[in-house]
Design a protein around this ligand. Structure first.
Ligand code: UDX
Length: 487
């Protein structure tokens, strides 16, 4: 008899390490992805997930969200923490970003090395899903023979704008000379993007600017990853996704993640009783009973995300504009959202504004945003156009007024108004008259037209995450690929 072939080595169970950049918009969506993976690759496949959280964020998320109860009793999921280099209680402002990235790069190699070859008999990592701005993880993966898939937390349209930066420089469209000139060297975006709609970090005179360099390099590195996960859906961004696919052929569009998670939970017979929260700040739920008392579609929701900092005069202009629009409003004002001030400065807010706010407004420091956007009283959203907020608003069918603050948000707001037609772009303007006019257009004048397209986009989003929809299918492909990586 011929000798029997050597027995195949035992198959490692899939063990995915999920590693977000430590900021609210990144942790939120990557935790949702981790939860989705657990649903789609259930325990009988032996899937393990290790979520690598910064120590600072881990403390905050345990204190402020329902993460500990959601993940309790799931032995296949664990958090591992890593220092981001700053003292635990220090604020994580934008000016600390590059320093945090360098520190993480230094620290993460050892932590990932330990996860790929654990000394404690645990199963080794078989795949790393890293934040797209942590592309150094690709080098670590190559060093230890573990495939790395990147997750970019931004829209496909802003990612494509980042991809085009070298072309824009080559074509001398950067540095910007005229903010209103239409750009010509970003394929698929001609006739749509003006220079002012490019990511805000393009607004520099010196092309060696460290932020511009950083984002351009990170984006170029995406092509080296095994795949690229995006929190978007095909019907929304297909033309731009086709452009990106020419550089990164293996894209998984699995969004909108929060809606996808609910869809998969229902399919698994685990209908969530309420929205899950991945907040790093304590949500003030008192705004929900306040919303219950307001007429359908009457309230403007105002929130500028987790990192925007308003100047004092911008706060005043917004406040006047919102009050003068005569709308009811729910406004998220984080205590750290006003420049050089902790808390909401009331000293330069006149009595008339105070009274109008008490009559028609509700101000909270942090809201359960997904629940707010899904509330029938909400008729519009004044937003900074962060990608999570944008896709949450699209999914809820809520039209927007966009006041983009920085980075990817400038691109998102242009697509919201000119490509998807689900809102109005207030970019680069912040005076009370413009704020008032735009809100009135959103809530009254152009309400029907904007609501119609918002509802149509929301329906497409729900289709994408339903069984057989594009995001559902991409999730199946992602889980199959993760399985095969462990074989
Ligand atoms: C930033 C970028 O702008 C964004 O495009 C990128 O993808 C991640 O980093 P951020 O400025 O925080 O994020 O905005 P956004 O992406 O909109 O994320 C904010 C998140 O916080 C959303 O998921 C939103 O639901 C949540 N949020 C916001 C709350 O839960 N409560 C609030 O009161 C405000």
């Amino acid at each position: 008899l011929p000798p029997s072939p050597p027995a195949a080595p035992p198959r490692e169970p899939p063990h995915v390490v999920v590693f977000p950049f430590p900021a609210q918009g990144h942790v939120n969506s990557m935790l949702k992805l981790a939860e989705l993976l657990m649903l789609c690759l259930p325990g009988d496949d032996g899937l393990r997930i290790t979520f690598l959280n910064s120590e600072h964020n881990h403390r905050h998320i345990l204190r402020c969200s329902d993460v500990s109860s959601r993940f309790a009793g799931r032995p296949t999921f664990c958090f591992k923490t890593i220092s981001d280099g700053l003292p635990l209680e220090a604020p994580r402002s934008m000016d600390k970003l590059l320093g945090m990235l360098s520190y993480l790069k230094l620290k993460a190699r050892d932590v990932l090395a330990e996860l790929t070859a654990p000394a404690d008999g645990q199963s080794p990592a078989t795949c790393i899903i890293a934040d797209g701005i942590l592309s150094f993880v690709i080098d670590v993966g190559e060093e230890f023979g573990v495939p790395v898939v990147l997750f970019r937390t931004i829209s496909a349209c802003s990612l494509w704008a980042y991809f085009c930066i070298p072309r824009l420089i080559e074509a001398e469209e950067l540095p910007i000379r005229d903010m209103d000139r239409l750009i010509t060297s970003a394929p698929g975006m001609e006739g749509l993007l003006r220079c002012r709609d490019l990511p805000s970090l393009c607004r520099v005179t010196d092309l060696s600017d460290p932020f511009l360099q950083f984002v351009t390099i990170q984006t170029g590195q995406s092509t080296r990853a095994r795949g690229l996960i995006l929190n978007t859906f095909e019907a929304l961004e297909e033309p731009v996704l086709d452009q990106i696919r020419a550089h990164c052929p293996n894209i998984y569009t699995v969004g909108p993640l929060h809606a996808h998670l609910k869809s998969q939970l229902s399919a698994a017979g685990q209908v969530p009783t309420r929205h899950s929260s991945n907040s790093l700040r304590k949500e003030d739920r008192s705004c929900l009973p306040w919303l219950d008392r307001q007429p359908v579609g009457s309230v403007l929701y105002v929130s500028f995300g987790s990192a925007t900092v308003l100047k004092r005069d911008q706060l005043t202009e917004f406040w006047h504009g919102i009050v003068n629009s005569k709308c009811r409003f729910l406004w998220v004002l984080r205590p750290d959202s006003i420049e050089s001030h902790v808390g909401i400065p009331k000293d330069n807010i006149d009595a008339e504004l105070q009274t109008a706010t008490e009559e028609r407004g509700c101000i909270v420091e942090w809201a359960p945003q997904e629940e707010v956007l899904a509330h029938p009283a909400i008729g519009g959203f004044l937003t900074h156009s962060g990608w999570n907020s944008t896709i949450e608003s699209i999914t809820a069918g809520v039209p927007m007024v966009c006041w983009p603050y920085f980075a990817d948000q400038q691109v998102n707001s242009r697509f919201v108004s000119e490509a998807w037609k689900v809102g109005l772009d207030m970019k680069d303007r912040c005076n009370r008259k413009v704020v008032e006019t735009m809100i009135k257009d959103l809530m009254v004048g152009r309400r029907d037209e904007l609501s119609r397209s918002a509802v149509a986009k929301a329906n497409q989003a729900m289709e994408a995450v339903s069984e057989g929809g594009s995001s559902w299918d991409h999730m199946n492909r992602l889980t199959e690929d993760i399985r095969s990586m462990s074989g």
